[in-house]
Structures are given as C-alpha cells and as structure tokens.
Design a protein around this ligand. Sequence first.
Ligand SMILES: NC(=O)C1=CN([C@@H]2O[C@H](COP(=O)(O)OP(=O)(O)OC[C@H]3O[C@@H](n4cnc5c(N)ncnc54)[C@H](OP(=O)(O)O)[C@@H]3O)[C@@H](O)[C@H]2O)C=CC1
Ligand SMILES: O=C1O[C@H](COP(=O)(O)O)[C@@H](O)[C@H](O)[C@H]1O
Length: 500
Amino acid sequence: MIPATNQRLSATVLFIFGGSGDLNLRKLTPALYNLTIDNYLPEQFAVVGLGRSDYTDETFRERLLEGVRQFSRRKDDLDVTWDRFAPKISYLQMDAGNENAYGKLADYVSARQTEWGMHANVIFYLAVAPQLVPGIATNLGNLPLCGDKQNVRIVVEKPFGHDLKTARELNALLGGLFAEEQIYRIDHYLGKETVQNILALRFANSLFEPIWNRRYIDYVQITASETVGLEGRGGYYEGSGALRDMIQNHLLQVLCMVATEAPVNFDANEVRNKKVDVLHAIRRIRPEQVNDMAVRGQYGPGPINGEERPGYRQEEGVKPDSATETFAAIKLYVDNWRWENVPFYLRTGKSLPEKTTVIKIKFKAAPDFAFPDEATKTWKSNRLSIGIQPAMDIRLRIQAKRPGQTLALDPVEMVFSYKTEYAGQEPEAYETLLLDVMTGDATLFMRADQVEAAWQVVTPILDAWAAEPPADFPNYAPGSWGPQAADELVGKDGFRWETK
Ligand SMILES: NC(=O)C1=CN([C@@H]2O[C@H](COP(=O)(O)OP(=O)(O)OC[C@H]3O[C@@H](n4cnc5c(N)ncnc54)[C@H](OP(=O)(O)O)[C@@H]3O)[C@@H](O)[C@H]2O)C=CC1
Ligand SMILES: O=C1O[C@H](COP(=O)(O)O)[C@@H](O)[C@H](O)[C@H]1O
C-alpha cells in the first residue's frame, strides 16, 4: 500500500525483463510516470528495459512515451514530467537465454552505485512469458548480488504456474535461489484501490462486522466480466482458459478479502496468514460434484455492441476445435464458523455484455408480516454492492417508505462513490504495486503457500474438465451473459446473477 506519508525511498535500480513488451508499454511505464508526477520515486532511480529487440536508449524512450500518451491515467504536463523521467530510462539488448549476459546487470548496478555514491536497491521485474521465468530466475539467482536479501527483489508476473504441480516446482526453484521476502508474486487485482478498500470497509467500520456472517448473509457473488475477446493473446490464452486466467488468482483473492477474519495488524505476513486460512477452508469439490459446482463456456461468432466478432475458435492462435473455456462460473463454500453453508458464486468471461467487476453481498430478508401486502410488492432484501471497476463505489440497498399518504416501500440505495468523493484520482494498481516492491512491503503480493492453496481450490475442476472435453462448445453468443447453465448454477439455489 502506498505509505501515508511521501516517505523517501532508497536509491533503486529497476530491471524490466520484457521491457520491449506490452505490459511495460501499457502498465509499468505509465505507472512509473505517474509515480514521478507524485514525487514518489527517489532522485537516484534508474529503470532498464531488457529485450532482444533493437532499440537505442533514445528510440526506447520514444516508444515508451507513446505508451504514456496512450495509456497513462494522467497526461497533464506531459512534456515537463517526461523530461524529468526520461533520462532515468535506458535499454539493454539482451537474450535472456544467454547466461553470459547477466554479468552486465551486475556491472550496471556497480556503475550506478559509484555514480550515486551509495548502495542501491535492485529490483528484477520479470514481465515475460512464464516459460522464460525459470531460466531468468536461475541466471539471476547465480549473481552474487542476489545474495543481498535485504535490498534485492524479484517480481514475478502471473500466471504463476500452469497448475498445482508447476506452481510448486516454480516455488521450489525460486525458494532455492531467493529468500521468500525477496520474491514478489504479482496479482494486480490486489493493487486495485477498491479491492484494498474491502478491508477498510469491513474492519474500520463497526457497522458491518456483526452482520458479516452466515446468520445474516444469504450469498456472495463476485463477477468479473469483460467485453473484449482475445486481443491477440491467443498463444497464451489457449493454454490457460478463464478458470486459470481469472478465477485461480484474481477472483479467489477478492473472495479472500470478503471472507477473511480481521487481521491483528497490517503486516504482510499477518494479512497473508488470514487470507490463506480462507483458501484452506474452502470445501474441496469432489470429482463427481464438478458438474454441480462449475460451469464452463466458450463464445461463438456474432455481434457485440453492433460490431461483428469472430468466435473464439476463429481467433489467431486458437485451435479450430479448441476446448478452452472463455467463461467460467463456480460455486464454493468456505467451511468455517463464519461462513458455513453460505454459497460464494464466482463468474468471469470474455465477450460478455459489459466490462465490470463487482461484488454483491445479499443479506437475508427482514420479516415483512407487519406491512400491508401492497407495501411489500417491491420488497427486496438488503444488498451491499462493492464496485471494483469501472464503477468504483459501494452501494447499500435499503427499503424506504415512498413519500405519500399510503404505506408503500421502495428499494433505494445509499452510495459512496470514489468519483464524487475523491474526484477520480485513484492510483492504478501497478503504481501501488511497484511502489510496494520498492518500499519492500509484500502485503499485496502472493506468498508461495497462497498461490498453491489457490491452485488446490481449482484443481478438481481443472482435472474434471480436462478429462471430459465439452460437447457443446461454442455455447454462448458474444454479448450474452454466458451459457444458460451458469444461470442454472445459481437458479437451482433460488438465486439469480446480479450485476445491476
Ligand atoms: N500485457 C498485459 O496487459 C499483461 C501481461 N501480464 C503478464 O506479463 C507477462 C508479459 O506479458 P506481455 O508484456 O503481454 O508479453 P509480450 O509478448 O508483449 O512481451 C514479451 C516480452 O518478453 C521479451 N522476450 C521474449 N523472449 C525473450 C528472450 N529470449 N530474451 C529477452 N527477452 C525476451 C520480449 O522482448 P523481445 O521480443 O524484444 O525479445 C518482450 O519484451 C506475461 O507473463 C503476461 O501474462 C499480466 C497482466 C497483464
Ligand atoms: O490478468 C488478467 O486480467 C485481465 C483483466 O484485468 P482488469 O484489471 O482489466 O480487470 C484479463 O483481461 C486478462 O485476460 C488476464 O490475464
């Protein structure tokens, strides 16, 4: 989390493997640029992009400036701030598979330390495809400078492993090369303001905690829907699918924020211990239960918002008979004192009608016997909606008396909106996360056991789906809310999906 005060950071060298890639262009450089505007970066700061592509420092900076123009949340005073930031950027052409090239990184750090006259923190950010991670980590781990547990950190992007086995292998590899406190496994949802705010809402207000349990809550729904299709990421997505891409990481982390017990303090390990307890408490789905607890879908061709779209199987990099799911909905139970038998429904998908991530917490209905029948026609139970994005808000639905001489009731909402309250100036997730890596705060990052516990939750579903290829793919139209079976998943419990 960004420190309450504009605390001074130590001198830092940040290496970005995948400097020439999309993540750096869209997210990392715009985030660093915004941290520059806010004066969070230390005076002695250097960022080095790495890749095989041919750039000079100058052409690399030009490319990144384009990225800032296109993707930064703020562009005001662009020339002035860019001139302040650009000299800190350089490019190093290097094939990550060439183990002899890594000495150059150590030389670069020594040169900066000599120039600055001080020791520097060193961060290696691995913004590369997952298959490159073991090799890069091994070469870095062999550098003597990485023995400095205090000041050298490695950041690993998602996906963290392809399944439980490969996640364990990667954890074992990283654990043999680095101390756990040096390893920062990114889940960018944890950097979102609205996700962090769940803990503030729950534990900085006395109002909610007494009713935040099975006695008062009917169910929890977490939806992360996207209108986009593959956006050229077929090569990655085809081997992943919605369950691995979104639920194993982002949505389970959001579930943990909703379900966790109160931490005693906000130390990284305390918060992560409490969250991993939730993952351990999730009821294991037995193979014969998978069809009752999980639904998968894949979009076909068709129009979305007036635009004709190819089906998933027609996208580049996708097999014509692909069994990869672009939609997944699952039902989970958290078997502990607080949550016994409260269903948690999670769903995500591509080519859906809207881009939204929202949590709906539905409370049990109040008894209505005292009110006349006419008054209860629109009776709705209380519901807390936590808008993660694009709407960043919290809405509490209550019943109100409609003004007039008759006793009629309407459901109405009490709203807290970031836009009205904070003028929409929230930092992007990557700003928060990069700053956290620089300050050495791992609270919002995944610990090895958390990643593995999350894989354990989805493993039975992944196994069952792999064993039985879907017979009905493609089974939803672009612009719809996924396959009909997803409605039945909640419908058979007497509920329906809620986005509005
Ligand atoms: N893009 C996004 O919005 C998001 C991406 N991620 C994750 O970030 C990671 C990177 O994704 P993304 O930026 O989209 O991928 P890209 O394909 O755009 O970039 C891959 C990068 O890896 C570099 N690279 C590939 N092979 C080598 C090599 N042998 N030696 C050195 N560099 C190499 C490429 O550089 P060059 O070609 O110059 O060698 C390029 O800079 C992935 O794990 C992805 O899942 C996570 C969330 C969002
Ligand atoms: O990690 C990923 O997240 C994005 C969605 O992120 P958001 O912040 O826009 O909600 C998703 O499109 C992508 O497939 C996935 O890899």
